[in-house]
Design a protein around this ligand. Structure first.
Ligand SMILES: C[S@@+](CC[C@H](N)C(=O)[O-])C[C@H]1O[C@@H](n2cnc3c(N)ncnc32)[C@H](O)[C@@H]1O
Length: 308
């Protein structure tokens, strides 16, 4: 079934994740295959895509182990217990929009005990609600003074998210992308990839998260992996940018010119199929694309896309 929900029907991640696909879910989801047995969100991050997919079994994978442990904890813990834990920690550490000392005390507490639920409380009060670890795997994001708290929107997203991960057939895995068990997949399955983008900056690119950074070597490995999936008749879709602020991703552009995949460009609130060589030249623009090895169902239905 093609997913054509309006934005009020999506399940949103309780995290404000860098590079999140939250804002373009309504454009991406209808481009996924109609019937999926196993859906793999290989670089799940905030899980915005995986949680909204329609499949018999969903894998949400990310190599940020503390993030995956937090999701696994959400899945196995009673919702009221989770909310009570958050409330207790807010009271114990006197967390507020202004109490930086309380935030730092909780951060020290988390870095010693690594309770996955405390990670969520920290994120709620951290700058921009971001996740950042140093090379010793200590959470080191600063306090979100006067801006970040466990606000009602975050609480409602959290409750809805937890309810969905408990009811859908989702498994959270913590593999480096190339080590995922692809041998369980066949032609009825689908792999969605939203990796760090080589030519943009995100905290997960620069190695500062204390985890593997994203570089040209990783980019080549991923493209080789996608070719292997294609040879095994497994469908894939890759989110990426071909150009960003005047920079080009030459590796990806070369790969596209050598292979016969579809490249769909997202333009503001709508999308059009783009011949990647003829994209409008605008040096500040970001050419955000979805590359697929199959014809998206939306194309069959509405003939929106023109194939090059
Ligand atoms: C662009 S974000 C994904 C955002 C997600 N689609 C969303 O909507 O929230 C990319 C993710 O890839 C993860 N990542 C980076 N390198 C990885 C690797 N080698 N293997 C698996 N995951 C990796 C990062 O931790 C980050 O969460």
């Amino acid at each position: 079934m093609v997913i054509t929900k309006n934005k009020f029907e999506f399940v949103y991640s309780p995290l404000n994740y860098i590079g999140s696909k939250k804002k373009i879910l309504d454009q991406i989801l209808p481009l996924f295959p109609e019937k999926i047995n196993i859906f793999v969100d290989l670089f799940a991050g905030g899980c915005n895509v995986g949680i909204n997919s329609d499949a018999e079994k969903i894998y949400c994978n990310d190599n940020l182990s503390f993030l995956i442990e937090m999701y696994q904890h959400f899945q196995k813990t009673d919702t009221t217990e989770i909310l009570q834990h958050i409330k207790n920690q807010i009271n114990t550490f006197r967390l507020s929009l202004e109490n930086e000392e309380g935030y730092k005390n909780l951060r020290n507490h988390y870095n010693i005990l690594k309770n996955p639920l405390d990670l969520f409380v920290l994120i709620a009060f951290s700058f921009n609600h971001q996740i950042r670890f140093n090379n010793s795997h200590e959470f080191n994001n600063p306090f979100g003074r006067l801006r970040s708290s466990f606000n009602p929107q975050m609480k409602s997203n959290l409750i809805n998210f937890i309810q969905n991960i408990k009811t859908k057939n989702i498994e959270f895995t913590n593999y480096n992308f190339e080590n995922f068990e692809f041998n369980i997949l066949n032609e009825n399955d689908f792999v969605y990839c939203d990796p760090p983008y080589l030519i943009t900056t995100g905290t997960y690119n620069d190695g500062k998260r204390g985890f593997t950074g994203w570089n040209e070597k990783q980019e080549y490995k991923l493209l080789n992996l996608l070719e292997k999936l294609h040879q095994s008749n497994i469908k894939f879709a890759l989110s990426n940018v071909l150009e960003h602020k005047g920079k080009k991703n030459d590796i990806l552009n070369d790969w596209l010119s050598k292979n016969d995949y579809l490249c769909i460009q997202f333009i503001k609130n709508h999308y059009a199929n783009a011949n990647y060589q003829t994209l409008v030249r605008d040096k500040d623009a970001s050419k955000e694309v979805l590359i697929t090895n199959y014809t998206p169902p939306q194309n069959k239905e509405k003939e929106i896309l023109t194939l090059f």
